[in-house]
Ligand binder design. Sequence first.
Ligand SMILES: C[S@@+](CC[C@H](N)C(=O)[O-])C[C@H]1O[C@@H](n2cnc3c(N)ncnc32)[C@H](O)[C@@H]1O
Length: 219
Amino acid sequence: METWESVDDFFSATIVREDDALLNALRESRKHGLPEWEVSPAQGQFLYILAKMAKAKRILELGTLGGYSTIWLARALPDDGALVTLEYDEKYAEVARGNIDYAGLSDKVTVMQGAAAGLMKSLVAGGEPPFDMIFIDADKPNNPLYLELALKLSARGTVIFGDNVVRDGELANAQSTDPKVRGVREYIADLGRSPNIISTGLQTVGCKGYDGFTISIVE
Ligand SMILES: C[S@@+](CC[C@H](N)C(=O)[O-])C[C@H]1O[C@@H](n2cnc3c(N)ncnc32)[C@H](O)[C@@H]1O
């Protein structure tokens, strides 16, 4: 773990461009007592690169927290791009709005407060156009439902990213009774069964410990 952190520190000191707006988001989040659940700086810049690679114009994020990953993703959007981010906790959503405003991204980002599943259902019912990238980073027990709804908000080429699925390797434990582990196991099994999605999973280590993600593309 010490080595993983040193390597992340080296990346942060060399290639990761975590500027004042991102540092402010972390500072404000700690000041308001939000948990340290953000992606790492290197992971944030990875999301930025992915969004650019996907040429994403419309991004949906599940799980805003204080808006740290939101800022990374929204910065990858073109001038006419838009990001919708869903957060259950009222206080977190308020802190995120302030951080997004500080980053000068309020015109591109909409923070919707409420349970992600209900909000996604209302987006589907309202005829929301498909998103180019969907970042699933909220409560893991609901991941299978989030996938089902994400597919209704997708089109060919949509990239779906599922964060924190490895969970210290517990992902491989079929006997786990942890609802988070069961949620990510079912989510991944659903991905494998979906004929029109190609997915892979990658394990990661770093300052956030041992975890990993799935990345999928709708074909
Ligand atoms: C891992 S954190 C998100 C971190 C953030 N994406 C980042 O990297 O900066 C997960 C977030 O999901 C939110 N959350 C939990 N259950 C939720 C739900 N049912 N609907 C929407 N958000 C939820 C939590 O309040 C928390 O802020």
